[in-house]
Design a protein around this ligand. Structure first.
Ligand SMILES: *Cc1c(COP(=O)(O)O)cnc(C)c1O
Length: 495
């Protein structure tokens, strides 16, 4: 059955999947949501026999209904290939009674690769289907991780160019090195003299510049975004929960139909929303355990029914979760309001204007499947150290937040159902915090030395992503003032 996509903020005419992917955001500022959630149509037993690409096809064909089977299969085959350092793509590893779903085997060793390796192909296919002749120009502002994952996904993809702005002094040395060594004729990386907010508002301004977009259209270009609210990023994230279930069946850890829990370290609420959609599709998931760091807006929301971003922003050792506005939560709000765009718009306006909103009692009742908790900095470090001492397995800081919160959940509820925990980054990406958690003696060493030591103590081979940046030549050394970003774009497109 065909699925169309509605905006969470108005009753505008729904659009096809390919149009929603091309647009990213609805013109009214809302997010695109499927008009219904399709049921998984493979028997659960069968999942055990399917590899990652087959599972991806079974899930995506149900959501991207205006793509042909062949188009989807091509996108999937181009995304999940040797860029990943394991055939399983997303292996499940059992440690200390928890099933860690490792989502960090892609090019940039963090879970953003799972969606950003397929988005460029979904986007170029969508452009073809809608007779878009322009070259697609991806503009992104990054505080570190998304920029590199997007660069790596779009590098040398025909019909696209990508330009990433980052705050010159606002990312880690490893993150900067990863970006400025990016290969690909269609890529450009520009440091700006300013902070992440300057980069972000600069990009927003360029997106909103009508004159510029007309000028570029005449030259054969149009902008698009690789932002995490694009359904072209959300749907590919449903796949690995279905795949994880298949792996547990295959290993004999569960029986077909048996319920599992899912625990997710959460920032923008995209990853856990994908797990929620997997559950709606009929995957036997009981609880969705939402783990926050000290920026615990979501924990407070699940406890009280009030979302309140008016609080101090805390810098933690899990920076990808340092977020006070979880954009993808809007989709959940829309669904629990009974797919009511008026109600959702009212709450989102309150959030924009006063930084807070409260949901109704009947909406709260629909959140019974969610459990929210948080871990502070000390607990996060302790979790890394304890798991390492017990099992020799080293997890990153984001995964550790989730692991700690899962421990709290289990203690509080006594629930011992098999639990899949989304492991969102390789510990090699956050060596400094990870090694300091294991032993304070590591605090003096340099980042790349620490990577060697981590490899030794964890007996895990150094990922290619880290190995490469040691010797890779710097290919981008562009710098600009924060009010020169538009010129930087024009200059890049004039080649
Ligand atoms: C982006 C990210 C998260 C948060 O995921 P959301 O989908 O934004 O909730 C968690 N961990 C890591 C390592 C990330 O890069």
């Amino acid at each position: 059955m065909e699925i169309l996509y509605n905006s969470t903020r108005s009753e505008n005419a729904p659009v096809k999947a390919s149009e929603a992917i091309l647009k990213g955001l609805s013109p009214d500022g809302g997010l695109f949501v499927p008009d219904h959630i399709p049921a998984l149509d493979v028997p659960l037993d069968e999942l055990a026999k399917m590899d990652y690409c087959q599972t991806a096809y079974e899930v995506m064909k149900l959501f991207f209904t205006d793509f042909t089977g062949q188009e989807l299969k091509d996108c999937i085959a181009r995304a999940y290939d040797e860029k990943f350092d394991t055939k399983e793509i997303a292996p499940v590893v059992e440690k200390d009674g928890v099933f860690y779903l490792e989502l960090f085997h892609g090019a940039t060793i963090a879970f953003k690769d799972m969606a950003l390796s397929i988005l460029p192909h979904l986007l170029t296919t969508s452009a073809k289907k809608n007779n878009v002749k322009n070259e697609i120009v991806i503009l992104t502002a990054t505080s570190g991780d998304t920029g590199k994952a997007a660069l790596s996904g779009f590098a040398d993809v025909e019909g696209t160019r990508i330009l990433v702005f980052y705050p010159k002094n606002g990312v880690s040395p490893i993150q900067e090195k990863q970006m400025v060594t990016q290969k690909g004729k269609n890529t450009r990386v520009v440091g700006i003299r300013g902070n992440f907010d300057d980069a972000q508002s600069g990009v927003k301004k360029i997106f909103g510049d009508r004159e510029l977009s007309q000028e570029l259209d005449a030259k054969g270009f149009q902008f698009s975004s690789a932002n995490s609210i694009n359904i072209g990023r959300l749907v590919p994230q449903i796949v690995y929960y279905v795949y994880a279930y298949g792996q547990l069946l295959k290993e004999g850890k569960i029986k077909a139909g048996e319920e599992i829990n899912v625990t997710v370290p959460t920032g923008n609420f995209g990853n856990i929303l994908a797990a929620f959609y997997a559950k709606q599709m009929g995957l036997p998931i009981d609880k969705l355990i939402c783990a926050s760091n000290e920026n615990k807006v979501l924990y407070d929301f699940f406890r009280t029914g009030t979302y309140d971003r008016n609080r101090e922003f805390v810098l933690t050792s899990s920076p990808s979760m340092d977020i006070l506005i979880s954009s993808n939560l809007e989709r959940l709000i829309y669904h629990i309001a009974g797919n009511d765009s008026d109600k959702n718009r009212e709450l989102m306006t309150a959030l924009t204007e006063g930084g807070t909103y409260s949901i109704t009692k009947s909406m709260r009742e629909k959140l019974a499947d969610f459990y929210g908790y948080y871990a502070d900095e000390e607990e996060t470090a302790e979790t890394i150290r304890d798991l390492y001492q017990k099992t020799g397995y080293v997890i990153d800081t984001h995964t550790a937040v989730a692991s700690c919160v899962y421990g709290k959940y289990r203690k509080e509820t006594g629930d011992t159902k098999p639990t899949v925990l989304a492991s969102t980054a390789s510990p090699f990406k956050f060596t400094r915090s990870v090694m300091a958690a294991i032993d304070t003696k590591y605090e003096e060493s340099e980042d790349l030395e620490l990577a060697d030591m981590l490899s030794q103590i964890s007996k895990v081979k150094m990922p290619k992503a880290i190995e490469e940046i040691r010797t890779a030549p710097v290919l981008h050394n562009h710098l600009c003032e924060k009010d020169e970003m538009k010129q930087a774009v024009l200059e890049f497109l004039s080649k």
